[in-house]
Design a protein around this ligand. Structure first.
Ligand SMILES: NC(=O)c1ccc[n+]([C@@H]2O[C@H](COP(=O)([O-])OP(=O)(O)OC[C@H]3O[C@@H](n4cnc5c(N)ncnc54)[C@H](OP(=O)(O)O)[C@@H]3O)[C@@H](O)[C@H]2O)c1
Length: 331
């Protein structure tokens, strides 16, 4: 098969608002030895993409945003078995997803779940890798433990609720409106509370028979640190997903020491490749059998590639519930 040489893609033209996303014709990348080239059907839009756009083009960073795709493998690097040609995959990419073609490490391109459509499939990688990394690798969530996810209707949170419930954990969540709390409950949360409720701590403690939660995932940039520490059970863990534009929260060290709390956090994008591959292997074994059954991503809305500006506007309005997607080509 003759490989395409040119493609349409969205690039970050400058640091700015959604209008900084520019549709351009650019070269189709060629896979490195351990990579595959994917003909993209759908791609996920993540908050990370908005942050990257606001910061503007940076040396060493793919100017095409987009961290997750679904599509077909149309070329393999020298070290990748050619038997993978034609495979339908979902992949975690290192940028490049707002395009018609993207390369991805072959080990991070997993089989497309056959019970999910292309859009829902592309909604999975960023959320699943993030949830697995934070809850299982960093916070060592154990059987029988419960969790709290701030931002329960975010792309990450909505899929996280479904995954952790399917794995047998009690899941509590927070959200910014009553409508979003209802949605989080419909995704399976045992309870969802407004994060702006001054009684949040009491509500979570009451819901957990005053024991508190074992693990908290925080995407608010540390806006709730005091409350989080008070809601954690002894030996609890708190993971930060967002640095909140450089927030430096004050820590009540005495409370932290008295309850032996552990704080952690990570940036998935710069996680060493061997650790990403280890997570991919765990997801394939433990999570792939649940996809299309207990785990079905909720797609809030999708846009075409040339509507990427509108997709970012939609994300920044903050009214979405679940995932925002790009439909790159008809399936
Ligand atoms: N570190 C990493 O490797 C990594 C990986 C993936 C994602 N992330 C981060 O995880 C977050 C979610 O990503 P996404 O793409 O799923 O974005 P998203 O759909 O836009 O979700 C953002 C979420 O943040 C919630 N939120 C905002 N302010 C809050 C507050 N004060 N308290 C509690 N929740 C609050 C929002 O809740 P409401 O809508 O209810 O207001 C919303 O659910 C982003 O901050 C992203 O940068 C980090």
């Amino acid at each position: 098969m003759m490989l395409p040489t040119r493609q349409r893609a969205i690039e970050i033209g400058f640091a700015g608002g959604p209008e900084a996303l520019v549709l351009r014709e650019i070269a189709v990348p060629r896979p490195r030895t351990d990579e595959v080239l994917i003909e993209i059907v759908a791609a996920g839009v993540n908050r990370h993409d908005c942050n990257q756009r606001k910061a503007g083009p940076r040396d060493g960073l793919n100017p095409v945003p987009g961290l997750e795709v679904s599509g077909r493998v149309i070329a393999c690097g020298a070290d990748v078995p050619v038997s993978r040609l034609g495979e339908e995959v979902v992949a975690l990419t290192n940028g490049g997803g707002y395009a018609e073609y993207v390369t991805a490490p072959a080990a991070l391109a997993l089989p497309r779940p056959n019970k999910l459509d292309w859009l829902s499939s592309a909604a999975l990688p960023e959320a699943l890798f993030t949830i697995w990394l934070n809850f299982f690798e960093l916070m060592h969530l154990s059987p029988g433990e419960n969790v709290l996810i701030h931002g329960g209707t975010s792309g990450v949170g909505s899929i996280g609720i479904q995954l952790l419930k399917a794995m047998g954990h009690d899941v509590y969540a927070t959200a910014g409106s009553d409508e979003k709390c209802l949605a989080a409950t419909s995704f399976g949360a045992n309870g969802c509370f407004r994060y702006d409720d001054p009684e949040l701590k009491e509500r979570v403690l009451n819901a957990t028979c005053r024991r508190g939660v074992n693990c908290i995932l925080d995407m608010s940039g540390g806006a709730h640190v005091d409350q989080d520490l008070a809601m954690l059970a002894s030996d609890g863990r708190l993971a930060f997903l967002s640095a909140g534009g450089g927030a430096t929260p004050k820590l009540p060290l005495r409370a932290l020491m008295a309850s032996r709390i552990r704080l952690t956090g990570a940036l998935l994008r710069v996680l060493p490749m061997d650790r990403k591959i280890a997570i991919a292997d765990r997801l394939r074994d433990a999570v792939w059998p649940l996809l299309g059954k207990e785990i079905r991503p909720h797609v809030d809305r999708w846009f075409t590639l040339d509507q990427a500006v509108e997709a970012h506007r939609h994300m920044e309005r903050g009214r979405h519930i679940g995932k925002i997607m790009l439909s790159i080509r008809p399936d």
